[in-house]
Design a protein around this ligand. Sequence first.
Ligand SMILES: [Zn+2]
Length: 510
Amino acid sequence: MGMCNQRVNTKILLIGLDGADQNVLGRFAEQGDMPFLRESFAQAPLRALESIPPYATPAAWASIYTGLTPAEHGVLDFLDLIAGENQLVSSASLRAEPIWRRLSSHGRRVAMIGFPLTYPAVPVNGVMVSGLPAPHQKAIWSWPAEFDAHLKAIPHFLPDPEMTSPRVKPVRSMLGLQHHVRAVVEAALAAHEHYGESGWDLFGVQFQALDTFQHMFWAWIDPTDHRFHTYPEHERQGAAGFFRVLDEALRRLVQKLQPNHIVILSDHGFGPAYQAVCPNHLLLERGLLTPSVSLAQLHRSFHIQRLLKRLDVLNLRARVKFSARPGTTIMGLNRLMRDSLIDREKTPAYVFSGGYCGLVKVRPGFERAVQDALLQARHPTLGNRLIKSVHFLDTLWNGQWSDAWRQLAIIQAEAGFLIDSHFREYGAVAPVSAGLTGTHRPTGILWTTLNTLDAATSVLDIAPGVLRALNLPFPEERGDTAQAKVESTATFSTEDQSAIEERLRQLGYL
Ligand SMILES: [Zn+2]
């Protein structure tokens, strides 16, 4: 087979639809906006796939790649908490053996296009194109590095899609995200063109734009969201158009790659975000957070925040964001609104990361007090609970990082809220940041023709099932994988880091 130049079919095509939700895909398929998925769902059912706390993109994908929990693979969030407090995750943050490494070491051909945690791209027996978070400027996005020039020739291709300013008209932002979907398909087909002559055992393509789209436009696609009917018809049509483009993208990949089997999955589900909960305010009120400034100064900083918001009328933020040094100033403001206001040495507890879940660091001895304070918090006017659960990590999973994470807890807000780790001028309950209408949910999707995934119900089941389909063993001893050598080092410049942090902050993380 290897002697002739004829292309061998792809054995497994793995498609990542970041944040895909059963109801959304089901509805667009049924309405005829996603005909490819509609045909697919007639062959095999669309199923639920449970994500893993904190239901964050990096942790969930790391569990999909390895079949292991965060305590075993070392990835919890967009910050690499093992490497240091303000370090962004990179491919080096994955401290267990991902599926592409296992395939490569067995001589199998693998392509991974645009998946999270793959910057810098690591050597594989095939091709890898980096995904979120990766620098957008002057970085090499691929392995082999020579492929990078092809990526940069594809219009609109970036390792992860950019969220536009809330001041940009929704339909224009939607178009930008459609371009990203098409560009990812172009990148995948170029990878196939250049490196696919001996076929593929696993060809993975990730559509990160769906997650960004739903963060921004959830309220445009969910008829049960009370905001849905407030948008003009042409904007809701524009939103449906994004799903049509996504459907075309899937059809095109399947037609070109001719896989024997298909796995379509998401890392978590999605739902509406109506309000933000700012737990640092709750901790402050209960005397569990020590500010580094006087209360008067703290209130002055809220005043500054209000002033900055008024300045925003002049479109300052948008201008800063698209300037030659994107993010730097905004990130400075970000630190001003949280990090510089907390005395990290003295404080019993503080929340340093947000999103559908937040992460809180608690000093030993304060665990129960923090848990009680957060669980007892009530909405100031409605009286309902704000926080659904507080889980200390050593009670969730066992693994080699459990000890390192002993002082960390995952806090989950009640449905409809998202966690905001900043101090906001509104106090504990605030409007969601401009431009956001949705956030993650614990249940994602799985659609597959692989019978080794028949019993899969969780993100932890994917890697073992895919490896079994390729007749490769999944390591029995979980300890085996924990020692996997980390071969790459992230090279985020300060500017890169600021720009990426700003993109993540816009999505409601950090
Ligand atoms: Zn995600």
